[in-house]
Every structure is written in structure tokens, then in C-alpha cells.
Design a protein around this ligand. Structure first.
Ligand code: HEC
Ligand code: HEC
Ligand code: HEC
Ligand code: HEC
Length: 205
């Protein structure tokens, strides 16, 4: 088993360093089907009295945190366990604000909610049994897929999987996923993973 370093990350620390988490790079996310009717369309959920699609995650005004993306959802107050050497980044933290199961789904827009994610989509606070996030992509290694600079000035593997950061580049939830488009195979993947095509984009096996 790979040794892990335990990082107890308090939400207050994350919030205090909000500006450090913010990335100035905003590549467009792929549109592979749209959010309406997807697993991220919460407009018909009892816990979303606004009936809006975007509001559990974004607000046009008075965004609750200084993390960009007009973010409207609370972050987890409890700690998480990351992979050895992993670095906190908003491109994973925004997802984990629901998917670590620590903060209620309906804790948005300043409300204190009480509905928590259940089932397999709840990754839990221990992320060491999930694909590494917040770890550096080994650019230039012959065992890894080549990266390119995209037309939007960002680094991507295989031209379609964005790596986040400037200089050193990192893999995050939104490297493999996009929050807005379920895609034809579901799971909000940025590309199909038939015959593990997405895995093979990075891991040259
Ligand atoms: C389940 C949460 C969630 C919902 C619902 C959601 N978004 Fe997002 N959105 C995100 C996350 C997370 C990001 C940041 C993506 C990243 O880090 O790469 C984002 C980024 C964005 C961006 C900036 C990047 C881009 O794609 O251009 C826009 C614009 C956006 N969302 C619009 C919307 C709109 C409009 C709606 C409603 C129709 C919506 N979103 C619904 C989670 C959500
Ligand atoms: C506002 C809370 C919230 C945020 C923020 C959020 N999700 Fe989700 N997500 C959910 C819920 C609720 C489901 C449905 C869970 C279920 O079906 O049990 C879901 C489902 C999913 C699924 C499974 C889709 C399927 O077809 O079953 C994936 C993959 C996913 N989310 C990825 C992400 C990623 C990546 C991000 C960040 C870019 C993100 N989510 C941000 C609440 C959220
Ligand atoms: C290396 C690529 C990769 C990264 C990084 C990644 N995922 Fe995934 N994720 C996948 C793939 C591929 C699937 C589909 C798995 C399958 O089909 O069994 C998936 C499935 C999921 C599901 C559905 C699980 C289920 O069993 O219903 C959720 C939720 C999810 N991812 C959330 C996240 C979140 C949140 C992050 C960041 C903490 C993340 N993912 C990071 C590739 C990735
Ligand atoms: C965007 C690039 C990318 C994609 C896509 C990707 N990986 Fe990875 N993967 C990485 C990086 C980066 C690491 C961390 C490497 C390191 O630090 O040694 C990693 C680590 C791993 C590890 C080693 C975990 C350990 O114990 O150290 C496995 C296994 C793995 N990935 C499997 C997969 C599978 C299966 C898929 C497809 C579902 C996949 N990866 C998709 C980039 C990627």
C-alpha cells in the first residue's frame, strides 16, 4: 500500500486562503449533453425549494466564498484525507463540497441544510481509496501521455483533459469530469472511457 500523509484540512483554513485557491485560468468546459435532466439537475428535488438548476452551486450575486465561479454552496467543515503530497485546489474542493458527504446538499445560499448525499456518489472524507487528485501530472515522462497547450492557454492531456495550475500542473476532479454535461455514458466524463480510453490517455500501458 502506498504510504499516505494525512492532511487535516479545516474549512476555515481553506476559506482563509480563498484567494490562493482561485485559479485565474478559466478554460471552457465541454458541452456533452447539458445539465437539464442530468444527475446535477436538482430543480425537482424537495431540498431545493428554489426550483432552479444553477442555484445549489452558483449565484449571480453575493457568492458565499471568494473562490470564483460565483460559488453558492458551503464547504465541508470536517477534515479530509488526501493522497501523499496532494495540494488543495478549488477544481476538486467545489465537487467535494457535496461529494465528501460532510456538508448537506441543501447548505447553499446561506442556508444550513440537512439532506446529505447517500450511496456510491458519496466518496467519503477518506479520498485515499479514490483516483488521486491534487497530485502533479508527470509532464515529459515517456510513460505518460503528452500534454499540449490548448487554444484557451491551458495545459491538457490528449488535447481534452485539462490539468490545473501554472508551471506544475495537477490532476483534479474536473480533469476527468465536467459538472454540467452527463455525456452519453453518464458519470459526467469529459470523454468516453470505452476500453479504458480515458485512462490510457494519461497512463501509457
Ligand atoms: C452541481 C453543481 C453545479 C451546478 C448545478 C451548476 N454548476 Fe456551473 N460549475 C460547477 C463547478 C464545480 C464549476 C467549476 C468547474 C471547474 O472547476 O472546472 C462550474 C463552472 C461554471 C462556469 C464557468 C466555467 C464554464 O463552464 O464556462 C459557468 C459559466 C457555469 N458553471 C454556469 C452554470 C450554469 C448557468 C448552471 C445552471 C444552468 C450551472 N453552472 C450549474 C458546478 C455546478
Ligand atoms: C450541490 C451538490 C453537488 C456538487 C457541488 C457536485 N455534485 Fe455531483 N452529484 C450530486 C448529487 C446529489 C448527485 C446524485 C447522487 C445520486 O444519484 O445518488 C451527483 C452525481 C454525480 C455523479 C454521478 C452521475 C451519474 O450519472 O450517476 C458524478 C460523476 C458527479 N456527481 C461528479 C461531480 C463533480 C466532478 C463535481 C464537481 C465538478 C460535482 N459532482 C459537484 C451533488 C453535487
Ligand atoms: C482520473 C479520472 C478521474 C478523476 C480524477 C475523478 N474521477 Fe470520478 N469517475 C471517473 C470515472 C472513469 C468514473 C466512472 C466509473 C465507472 O464507470 O465505474 C467516475 C465516477 C464518479 C462518480 C460516480 C460513482 C458511482 O459509483 O456512482 C462520482 C460521484 C465521481 N466520479 C466523482 C468524482 C469526484 C468528486 C472527483 C474528485 C474528488 C473525481 N470523481 C475524480 C474518473 C475520475
Ligand atoms: C488526466 C490524467 C489521468 C487519467 C485520465 C487517469 N489517471 Fe491515473 N493517475 C494520474 C496521475 C497524475 C496519477 C498519480 C501519479 C503519481 O503520483 O505517481 C495517477 C495514479 C493512478 C494510479 C496509482 C495509484 C497509486 O496507488 O499510487 C492508478 C492505479 C491509476 N492512476 C489508474 C487509473 C485508471 C484506472 C484510470 C481511468 C479510470 C486513470 N488512472 C485515469 C493521471 C491520470
Amino acid at each position: 500500500m502506498k504510504p499516505v500523509r494525512i492532511l487535516v484540512v479545516l474549512a476555515v483554513a481553506a476559506l482563509a486562503s480563498g484567494s490562493a485557491l482561485r485559479s485565474p485560468l478559466r478554460p471552457p468546459l465541454q458541452s456533452l449533453g447539458g445539465i437539464a435532466g442530468s444527475a446535477h439537475d436538482f430543480s425537482a428535488q424537495g431540498w431545493n425549494s428554489s426550483g432552479e438548476i444553477c442555484r445549489p452551486c452558483h449565484t449571480p450575486h453575493n457568492a458565499s466564498e471568494d473562490d470564483g465561479y460565483l460559488w453558492n454552496h458551503d464547504y465541508a467543515a470536517a477534515g479530509r484525507t488526501y493522497w501523499d503530497g496532494a495540494v488543495d485546489n478549488e477544481h476538486s474542493l467545489l465537487c467535494l463540497s457535496c461529494h465528501d458527504g460532510q456538508t448537506a446538499l441543501d447548505s447553499f445560499g446561506g442556508m444550513a441544510g440537512s439532506t446529505y448525499m447517500a450511496g456510491a456518489a458519496n466518496l467519503g472524507a477518506d479520498l485515499t481509496d479514490d483516483h488521486p487528485i491534487g497530485v502533479e501530472y508527470p509532464v515529459g515522462s515517456s510513460r505518460w501521455g503528452a500534454v499540449t497547450t490548448t487554444s484557451w492557454g491551458h495545459t491538457a492531456v490528449g488535447g481534452s483533459l485539462p490539468l490545473w495550475g501554472a508551471g506544475d500542473v495537477y490532476i483534479e476532479c474536473t480533469t476527468c469530469h465536467t459538472p454540467h454535461s452527463a455525456g452519453s455514458s453518464g458519470n459526467f466524463l469529459r470523454m468516453e472511457n470505452d476500453a479504458s480510453a480515458m485512462c490510457l490517455t494519461c497512463h501509457l500501458k
